[in-house]
Design a protein around this ligand. Sequence first.
Ligand code: ADP
Length: 264
Amino acid sequence: MSELLASLRDLTVTYAAEQGTHLALDGLDLDIVKGERLAVIGESGSGKSTLALALGGLLPPETHIEGSIGWPGFAAQPQPGLDIGFVFQDAGASLNPVIAVGRQITEIARLHLGLSRRKARERARALLARVRIPDPDTALAAFPHQLSGGQRQRVAIAAAIAAKPSLLIADEATSALDTIVQAEIVALLDELVRAEGMTLIFITHDIALASGFADRIVVLRDARLVETGPTAALLGAPKQAYTAKLLASHIGLDTPPLVAGEPA
Ligand code: ADP
C-alpha cells in the first residue's frame, strides 16, 4: 500500500489583490504519495506556484485559504526549509548574492541539523560534490554570481536538501536554463530524490520535460485540477480535452526525446 504524504481537500486560495480578490486555487482535491515524483503542469497563471506556496505555508498573510492540507506523512506540521525544501526558477530567490555559497549551505545545516561549524562545513562540501559542482572546495568560497546559471541551480538544490527534507518542491526550477543544462538538472533531481527517498513535486509549464521522469502528472487550468493520472496513462489516453490539447501543443515531431540524459 502506498503511504500518503499529504492530503489536500477542497483547497481554495484567494489572493487579496488591489482591484479586488483573485481566486488562484479553486476546490483542489489531491493526495500526494510518499516517494512519488509528481509533476504539476499548466499554463502560466493556472495556480501552480500558489499550490507550491500553500504546501510550504508560504502564502502572503492576507491570503484567504479555505479547505485543508493534511500531512499524514509527518508526525507534526512540516516546516519549510527543514521538512520541505524549495528550488525556485531563479537561484537568486533561494541564494543570497552577498554571502559565499559554502556559508549559505553551512548555516542551513547548523540551524536545522544542529551540526557544529566544522561538521556543517563538511556537509556543505559533500553536498556540493553530491550535486556535481566541479571543485567543491573552490565553490565553497564562491559567491553566487561567480557561478554559471546551471551551477547556481545545483547550489540551490544543495541548499534545498541540506536539512534532509522529505519533500522537495521544484517550482519551474529549470525554466531559465538552456535545454542541455535543463536536462542535466532534471536528471540530478531525479537521481537525488530516488537516492534520498524524497518525494518530489516538479512544477513546470513544460509537459515534455515533466513526462520524461514523473511518475504522475497533475494538470491545472484556471485554478482548477483538470486531471491527474500516471504519466504513461495520461500521455497515452488523456481523459480531458484540455489535456489532449496541451499535449498536442507541446509534443510535436520536433520535440527532443522525453527522457532526460545523464549529466555530462
Ligand atoms: P502559475 O504558477 O501557474 O503561473 P500562480 O499560482 O503564480 O500561477 O498564479 C495564479 C493566479 O494568481 C494568477 O492569475 C496570478 O496572477 C495570481 N496571483 C499570484 N500571486 C498573487 C498575489 N500575491 N496577489 C494577487 N494575485 C496573485
